[in-house]
Structure formats: C-alpha cells, structure tokens
Write a protein that binds this ligand. Structure first.
Ligand SMILES: *Cc1c(COP(=O)(O)O)cnc(C)c1O
Length: 432
C-alpha cells in the first residue's frame, strides 16, 4: 500500500481515501505520496482508446488496500467522461512537426479544473459517512468545476462563495446556474473576505456535531492524482505518435498542475522536463532564478486563473525537490506578460489556425523560447470561456462548446451574503 505523507512531516501517513477526506494534513501540510510507483510499462501498454482504463491502471498502486480500491475503475469512468486529445500544431516555420497541444478543457466547464473536481466528487460519493458540506471560495474556474462535479450527487451540499464584483459574467453563470444541492453565495466583499469566511467556517464546524464540513480547493490530493493521469495520457500519446520524449509546458498559477506533471515524470512516464509558464506573477520564475521562494502580492492579468502571488502547491514542489534533486534539474519556469499574451492570441489564427485562451497563450509563447524539439503545451481552458478577451484580438468568433452552452443556458440563482460566519452556517446547516 502506498500511503500519503504530509509535506511538513509531522502528521501520520494515511491511506489515499483518508487524505482525500481530510484535504489538509493535521499538521497544516499538504499530502504527497510516500513513494512513486513505476508506471511506464503499464501506461505504454494500455490501449490508446480507453482513457478511463488507462487512468485506473496508472493510479492503481495508490489505491491498493484502500477502501476505494474496487471502486477505482468506476471513479475513473465517472471522471474521464470526456476526451483529452493531443493535437499537433505547426511550429514557427509553419510545419507540423514537434509541438503538440494537450487539450484538457473538454469537460463540462471547459477548463482542466473539471478533471480534479470530478475525480474528487466521484471518490467522496463512494466513501461511507454521513452528510458532507463542501465549501469553495472562488474567483475563477475552480468554483464552476466543483459545482458541476458535485451537482446532483447524494449526501452532499455545496456552498460556493464568490466576491460580488470579482468574477466575469460568464464565470458567474457557471457558479450560479445550479439548484438543489449546489448553492451560490454572492458575498458582499472581496475574494479575500470569501477565503477568510471559508476558513472561519471550517474551523468553527470542526467542533459541531452532524454533517462533515470540508473544502474542495486545489490542495486536495484527489485533484492532483487525476491531473497526473492527463499528463501521462498526453506523454504516452506523444511517444506513440513521434517515438520521442516530450517536454511539458504547463500554464501555472498555484502550481498544482505542474506538480502533477512532475509526479507523472517521477512515475517513469516519458516526460523529458517540465517548464512552467506563469503570467506576470513571477514568484515561481524568481524561485528558479534565486533559489528561494518569496511570496508576492498577486497582480491582475489577462490569464486570471493564474493570478497567484503565493502559490500553495510550491510546498509540494519543494518537498519533491528535496527528495529527488534530479527533478529540480528537470524543471524550469518562465513569465509571460499581458502584452505578450495579447500578441500570441492575435497571431493565433494566422500562425496556428487556432484561437488560444489567455492561459494557454503563456505556454505557446514559452515554446518559442526554446530551440529543442518535442514539446507538449498543456491547453488549460477553452477560449470560449474568455471570449471578451480573445475574440477582439483574434478577430474571429469562438463557438461555445455544447457542455458549456448548456450551463450558460441555465437560470442563475445566487443568494446575497454578508461575510459573517453565523450567516453562512445558518444558511447551509441541514435543518432538522
Ligand atoms: C487553475 C488554472 C491554471 C493554473 O493551474 P495551477 O494548478 O493553479 O497552477 C491555468 N489555467 C487555467 C485555465 C486554470 O483554470
């Protein structure tokens, strides 16, 4: 059995389902696998047309001996109900040769957050226990993915907290287009007020009888394990197509998805190196330049899901580098500013016949910075999510994918809430 340790090394190692339920380790650290099983052979011999089967084979060792072991194939079918295609695109000279895009945005809310959120929901649904209340504070893509993933599932209530003036119209529709077990609270305050309210509420709920209160933010181990699958799938598809080992370029904010790529590499998957592409928030590139991580106040950019000044998953990355310094050698980071993001989007139709979303655009530019061949740029969002930015720059309309259109067509329902603990608990607690 592979257990999960805390990055702070002061909490007991636990099986995967316990790490999933807890979210944060009791010593305040983040859960990481105690070791990485070698999965290259299993991944390369899996059928090329069965992503859920591939996922179950890849993650199998983490679930061995866990209460969720026999449920893993069903969890993977539930999660990967949409494709994750690897699409080759032309390089700078216009030839299709050595650069591919891994489209991880074909889920219901059109960003890669669907992968982790759906996996977490599928796991929690299959674990015994009473009612759960899941809170998420969001200013962007996470809330919509969590709402879509948990909507309609039994024994779970979801409360989404979003700042009154902090989300775009289309993002707000994804947070508020739900009913029954998913409720959206438009908080009279900022994103920081939402996060503070969430933390206070979880702390207060710990001592109360009844439902278990938890959060589904990006620190949950379930989200990272599922994201390891999409990177592994892309790496295997590249190897099969080109018989080469590609570098991965990951648009990066909180660095969860980049850690997942490094974990896939640690499991032996054909990933040569991992380059993180950040926006103007430079904490991670500065870490690679200076050797120390210095949190910065976040800067607002066009790639708003990456507007992070203090990336929470760097704690996992530093822990990983300590255990295996060779992985530090295989990792790098570059920063791409808004002017460059605009440029990449504007030249997208002519140069690649594509409209890039602002997040993916950072990875596309990062590809141009390196002369070596064989790269996979991870496309984290569908451009239709950011139509107000990309359509004027690219000069073409972006059709909305059907799953996203279905969410946008639902009636919006949000409840106004002052950022006060009593008000939120009164609103969400099951009435008896
Ligand atoms: C969340 C997000 C990112 C950043 O992912 P991290 O795991 O936080 O680094 C990049 N692109 C999009 C579209 C996102 O929603």
């Amino acid at each position: 059995m592979i257990r999960f340790l805390s990055t702070r090394d002061a909490a007991p190692a636990v099986p995967v389902s316990e790490a999933l339920v807890r979210g944060l380790a009791p010593d305040g650290g983040l859960y990481v696998p105690e070791r990485f099983p070698a999965r290259e052979e299993a991944a390369l011999s899996a059928p090329a047309d069965d992503l859920p089967g591939f996922a179950a084979a890849l993650l199998g060792p983490y679930f061995e001996g866990d209460p969720l072991q026999s449920a893993l194939p069903g969890i993977c079918r539930d999660t990967f109900s949409f494709p994750v295609p690897l699409v080759f695109v032309p390089d700078a000279s216009g030839r299709i040769r050595d650069t591919a895009v891994l489209e991880v945005f074909h889920g219901p809310t059109a960003a890669f957050k669907d992968v982790g959120a759906r996996f977490l929901a599928a796991c929690l649904e299959r674990l015994p226990g009473g009612d759960r209340i899941i809170l998420v504070a969001t200013s962007g893509d996470t809330g919509g993915a969590v709402a879509a993933a948990f909507h309609g599932r039994p024994r779970v209530q979801v409360g989404i907290l979003f700042p009154r003036d902090g989300v775009s119209e289309r993002q707000e529709k994804q947070l508020t287009g739900w009913d029954a077990n998913v409720r959206a609270f438009r908080v009279n305050g900022t994103f920081d007020d939402c996060q503070r309210l969430l933390k206070e509420t979880l702390a207060a709920a710990r001592t109360r009888p009844g439902a278990v209160w938890t959060t589904a933010n990006s620190i949950n181990i379930g989200r990272l394990l599922a994201q390891t699958v999409s990177h592994a799938w892309g790496a295997v598809a590249y190897r099969r197509a080109r018989n080469a080992t590609p570098g991965f370029i990951v648009p990066t904010g909180n660095a969860g998805n980049a850690v997942a790529a490094l974990w896939a590499r640690a499991m032996g998957l054909p990933i040569r190196e991992v380059m993180m592409a950040t926006n103007a928030n430079r904490a991670i590139p500065e870490y690679f330049e200076a050797g120390t991580l210095t949190p910065r106040p976040p800067v607002k950019t066009l790639a708003n899901a990456m507007d992070v000044g203090n990336p929470s998953n760097m704690e996992r990355m530093l822990h990983l580098f300590e255990r295996d310094p060779s992985l530090r050698q295989a990792a790098s980071a570059v920063s791409v500013d808004d002017a460059t993001i605009r440029e990449v989007i504007a030249e997208g139709p002519e140069r690649w016949d594509r409209v890039w979303d602002p997040h993916t655009a950072t990875a596309i530019r990062a590809r141009d910075l390196r002369p070596e061949p064989d790269w996979v740029a991870v496309a984290t969002a569908h451009p239709a999510k950011f139509h107000t930015i990309v359509e004027p720059l690219a000069g073409r309309p972006v059709p909305v994918p059907p799953a996203l259109a279905a969410i946008l067509a639902r009636p919006s329902r949000a409840e106004a809430l002052d950022p006060r603990l009593e008000d939120l608990m009164a609103a969400l607690e099951p009435r008896s």
